[in-house]
Design a protein. Structure first.
Length: 139
């Protein structure tokens, strides 16, 4: 399986909120690094927790705008813009996940836009074993 196939399959199960299936796309020793701030999630359990908290931090999301998508062999780069609206039930989680400087109360109803770029590697077994995520949020 090529890197792009694995990446798209992972994103498909995330879009469907099928969190039980997400874990099967990661190698046990996988690392996911956020740049900035340099936070690293190691192993499928930590990565799954991070992905769930980030994905569920907004009430409504628009269809992502894919900007760049390139993969060859086991390496790939995927860049997109995610947009949505923050609701009252998820404002505290959104602030925690994004490191927003504003009080969660001030985030309710705001539109957000994240420009995100993932540089990833898939091992010979077809499992993601490394992700570097670069994000630039706009509120």
């Amino acid at each position: 399986m090529l890197a792009r196939d694995t990446w798209y399959a992972l994103n498909d199960v995330i879009q469907r909120d099928n969190w039980d299936e997400v874990i099967r796309y990661f190698a046990p020793e996988c690392s996911w690094r956020l740049m900035p701030p340099g936070t690293v999630f190691r192993g499928s359990a930590q990565i799954l927790g991070f992905l769930k908290s980030g994905w569920n931090a907004a009430a409504a999301r628009q269809e992502p705008q894919v900007r760049n998508d390139f993969a060859c062999g086991q390496d790939g780069v995927f860049e997109y813009t995610s947009r949505g609206t923050i609701d009252a039930q998820k404002a505290t989680q959104f602030a925690a996940v994004t490191g927003a400087a504003q009080s969660p109360v001030n985030l309710v109803g705001k539109e957000f836009s994240f420009h995100v770029c993932f540089v990833y590697h898939v091992n010979v077994e077809g499992l993601i074993d490394r992700v570097n995520e670069y994000a630039a949020p706009e509120l």
